[in-house]
Design a protein around this ligand. Structure first.
Ligand code: DC
Length: 214
């Protein structure tokens, strides 16, 4: 059984949805590293101060077993999901001192064992020795459509063209930044979910987690 599983991929590929379900089925802890970058971005927005090493040194980010996110002790699980925080997270993620601090925290969390961790650089930087690395993608159109449907289901106003542009911008920023850009690890298994259901992607992760070949 593979105990440390890394799931990377672009925004909206469904990483957190499938990772959460797969972790529950395996009895593993799910760690959403994007939520940690989002928490830093939220802190910058709330403080109204520019991002600084001091701000990052003093930040307290915690994730609980239900994947709730706490910023300085306060539950911010819903607050970190706005488009403003999404943009902010991609912005703060460019800075080496932010990545260093969050990477350390993520490694400490993974050291407890039996985890599925999702993000952009888990297989390449955070956990290069992961037992299984998955690179989950889907076409930009499909990723935008899923976000659009998700927002509509929540009753929020959504504009497909605008969501598509936001996803393209985040793809560009996340893949072109200098430090730890979104990239597929050499030993990652690519999974294109464009024409797959959530159940099919989960089944594929479980199959890969339980087969013996590396
Ligand atoms: O997965 P997400 O959309 O919640 O991530 C928000 C942003 O955080 C994403 O645009 C880039 C950044 N991020 C990162 O740089 N490295 C990670 N391991 C996870 C997220």
């Amino acid at each position: 059984m593979k105990k440390i599983i890394a799931v990377d991929g672009p925004a909206g590929a469904g990483k957190s949805t499938v990772s959460k379900i797969a972790a529950a089925r395996l009895g593993y802890t799910y760690i959403d590293t994007g939520a940690m970058y989002r928490a830093v971005a939220l802190k910058v927005l709330l403080d109204g101060q520019p991002l600084s090493e001091e701000l990052v040194d003093n930040i307290k980010i915690e994730l609980d077993e239900a994947a709730r996110v706490y910023l300085d002790g306060r539950n911010v699980t819903t607050e970190i999901r706005t488009p403003e925080v999404s943009r902010g997270a991609s912005d703060v993620a460019k800075f080496g001192f932010v990545r260093k601090k969050l990477t350390e925290l993520q490694r400490q969390m993974a050291a407890r064992g039996s985890v599925i961790m999702d993000g952009r650089d888990i297989g390449t930087q955070v956990l290069p020795n992961a037992d299984l690395k998955i690179f989950l993608t889907a076409s930009v159109e499909e990723r935008a459509r899923r976000r659009f449907e998700e927002l509509r289901a929540k009753g929020s106003a959504a504009n497909l063209a605008q969501i598509t542009e936001e996803i393209k911008l985040r793809d560009k920023q996340d893949s072109e930044r200098e430090i730890a850009p979104l990239a597929i690890a050499e030993d990652a298994v690519p999974v294109d979910s464009t024409h797959m259901t959530i159940d099919e992607v989960v089944a594929e992760i479980l199959r890969l987690a339980t087969t013996t070949e590396k």
